[in-house]
Ligand binder design. Sequence first.
Ligand code: ZN
Length: 432
Amino acid sequence: MLILSRVEGVEGIKNSASKLRQRCCLGAAIFLLLTALLGCAERQLVRPTPQMDVDQQFWVRVLLFENIKACTLKTPCCLTVLDGRTQTPLTHFDQPNLPIDAAASAGMITIADRAYEADSVIILPDYPHVFNINESDYRGKLQLIINPDGDSLTAVNLVPIEAYLAGVVGAEMPSYWEPAALEAQAIAARTYCLYIKRHFGTKRRWDLQQTTANQLYLGVSAESAQVWKAIEHTYGQVLICSQPDGTEDIFPTYYSSTCGGHTENSKHVFGDSFEPLTGVPCPYCSDVAKPTQFFWPMQQFDKAYVSAELLRRYPKLKRLGEIKDITAARQSDYEGFSRLTMVKLLGSKGKSDLLRAEDFRLTIDPTGRKLKSTICQIANLGDEWAFLSGRGWGHGVGMCQCGAQAMARRGATARQILSYYYPGSRLLTIDY
Ligand SMILES: [Zn+2]
């Protein structure tokens, strides 16, 4: 529609009487035509979203916002508002690229001044099925759910799995990394996503968060030609392993940035036991991780802050009184270093409690950017707790991403990387 109006403008300019004006107008016409053509080319650069007709079990619901009053939507094409429950079309917007305001108020969702009584609405953008919410582009559809307070919204991106993965792989790994590393990442992310969806999604209105709480997802901005290539080369591939009941099925293919020299047994970090997640030596990640990432400097945290954060997240710790000492209760010992897996908190009332070391780490540093891993020693420095001899980044379970890149540089294929970090697993291709 935008292109059509520009062409009409060109026609009007051509009818001008003055020669000079005609020349100017001709220039303007060429400019407008070029702009229109470039506009077309630009639009064509946005790949169409694959799998828009795939079975519901292969759609992923990603939580974008949990408690917002309003948001601004845009699509490069037209969009339809559907009833979230019945999928009945309610309104069609046919003006591309115009910002549309959506808000929640008194139990109703308002979109461009029209109020909907539905508990949720789905925004369905036309081909290539891309939309923008608050300045970020995503693929698939957007579900806006009214929260129980009636005045705020939860925004969930409904996206077919392969399109979702393009927004994960490019966020989790630099797209200039080796193709085999990107492919291994795609397979691990695909398997992890389906596992989390199946085991946790049924209890809530979304499957995954878009942060490292699950796996990073940045939508269209994370995509690149290399990332799409990795997705296409591994289309539908997941990892399976034997389950306690003797069958073979997908498992939670955890992965983390830099294991520090040995990956960790999932049982000690997440509490689940699968044969491929018991831990392997990793002589690779030190080749790729920056020295400040592989070895991180001492971090200090104020004791009052640590106590407050622990009590906020774990109110049961109140019975301990003031936290007087934090020691290693369990650790995995490897050549030259140990990873804390359980810490003991000793309180002023003489009582103590145990906490998984990874939960402890992310409670006092939710970003995980200062206290990068639990491969460290804890020291009592008066008003502060100090964490020394730090090494590695992330929980250390499953594939080591820097290790995967180092293996790929040495010529390993995605399959070899995955067999190394998830021993006992095998590949299965889903027939979508
Ligand atoms: Zn490693």
